[in-house]
Design a protein around this ligand. Structure first.
Ligand code: KG4
Ligand code: ZN
Length: 350
């Protein structure tokens, strides 16, 4: 008799150390530590600091995840780990931890693409994805519109990506220039609550009729915010941080939602899934809900704690791979810091 799979997921691609445990689509428990506060004074993640923090956190956070799930280490039947993309030093620590556990327990190891993890996170909240859907991934390093079938069996089709900054990166850069610290998303949305989203009309790039429908560009927006702040400061006036934060947030959200909704309609589909750290943004969630409701589109967004990086989402991919009977990646897998998303497993099976 085969044992019910109990999959341990390990995430360490950026500044979150995450361990999650998933069994047959159900999240049993997780542990999460963040080194974000250690990077705040630098305005962005310092890879070496992140790697050391992963090393410190690995064993205690694994213990927390096991305790939270109510399972013993020996109950784990499979291990899945982010093997890319991400900061090389950071990915190495989690991957080495995952290899140690898999080897010690003599269980299979799967390398997982971090962005597929973001998409899989939604299944822990809303159940299996429909046969086909459009997924908008908005994280600190990536902004993509994808056409998805079976997340672990089918190739993943990129409809469009960003030409320059990712949406989360734009939040982080604008937060830095407003003196709000890192990570930018949460501090900007907090500042934006008291602001007027129509106070400044910041540019919405790639929205003209001849522009590629699903391609993004956020660097011009960041520059426009920087110019505005400079002009106000040069005039000796106080910078209206709340209004700028709200207007910036509105500009990002308008473009994200317009393009994602268009992709769903153009492809004759009825489900939009929004995932990644920026999907935790309250304005994005509200505007997307309103637009999808008006268009008759089913909107799926994981709860905020499953939008930002975590181990549960990686365990969710591992669990889907196990149930799809995928061949394990093996203990020899290498980190692939710049892996492009073509499939959920890394390396892609030949
Ligand atoms: O997915 P994630 O946790 O890590 C990556 O894979 O990059 O995303 C991190 C990004 C950061 O840029 C952060 O500023 C942004 O997600 N973020 C947010 C919010 N929470 C996190 N952006 C906007 N609003 C938020 N509430
Ligand atoms: Zn991420």
């Amino acid at each position: 008799m085969t044992r019910t799979p109990v999959v341990l997921g390990v995430e360490s691609s950026c500044d979150e150390t995450g361990f999650g445990i998933v069994s047959e689509g159900t999240l049993l428990g997780q542990g999460l530590a963040s080194s974000a506060s250690q990077h705040a004074e630098f305005g962005g993640v310092v890879p070496e600091i992140a790697a050391r923090a992963h090393l410190d956190a690995a064993v205690p956070i694994l213990q927390i995840a096991l305790h939270d799930a109510g399972v013993e280490l020996g109950d784990i039947t499979h291990v899945a780990a982010t093997s890319g993309p991400g900061l090389a030093t950071a990915v190495h620590v989690g991957l080495a931890a995952a290899k140690s556990v898999a080897w010690a327990l003599d269980v299979p190891l799967f390398g997982v693409h971090h962005l597929a993890g973001h998409a899989a996170a939604d299944t822990l909240e809303h159940g299996p994805l429909p046969e086909r859907s459009i997924v908008l991934i908005v994280s600190g390093g990536h902004t993509s519109i994808l056409a998805i079938g079976d997340l672990v069996r089918d190739p993943i089709e990129h409809l469009g990506d960003t030409l320059d900054d990712a949406a989360g990166e734009a939040f982080d850069k604008v937060a830095r220039l407003l003196g709000l610290g890192y990570p930018g998303g949460p501090v900007i949305s907090r500042a934006a609550v008291d602001g007027d989203p129509a106070a400044f009309r910041f540019p919405r790039a790639m929205m003209r009729s001849g522009d590629p429908a699903y391609t993004f560009s956020f660097s011009g927006l960041k520059t426009a915010v920087a110019r505005t702040v400079e002009t106000i400061e040069r005039a000796g006036d106080p910078v209206p941080v709340a209004d700028i934060a709200a207007s910036f947030e509105q500009a990002v959200v308008d473009v994200l939602v317009a393009k994602a909704v268009r992709a769903v309609k153009d492809h004759g589909l009825d489900t939009l899934v929004i995932v990644g750290g920026v999907a935790a943004n309250a304005r994005l969630r509200a505007v997307a809900a309103e637009r999808c409701e008006a268009e008759g589109i089913e909107l799926r967004i994981p709860p905020p704690r499953l939008c930002t990086d975590n181990g549960a989402m990686i365990a969710a991919v591992g669990d889907l791979l196990v149930r799809a009977d995928a061949d394990p990646s093996g203990l020899g897998i290498a980190a692939d810091p710049s892996a492009v998303l073509h499939g959920a497993q890394l390396p892609l099976p030949a």
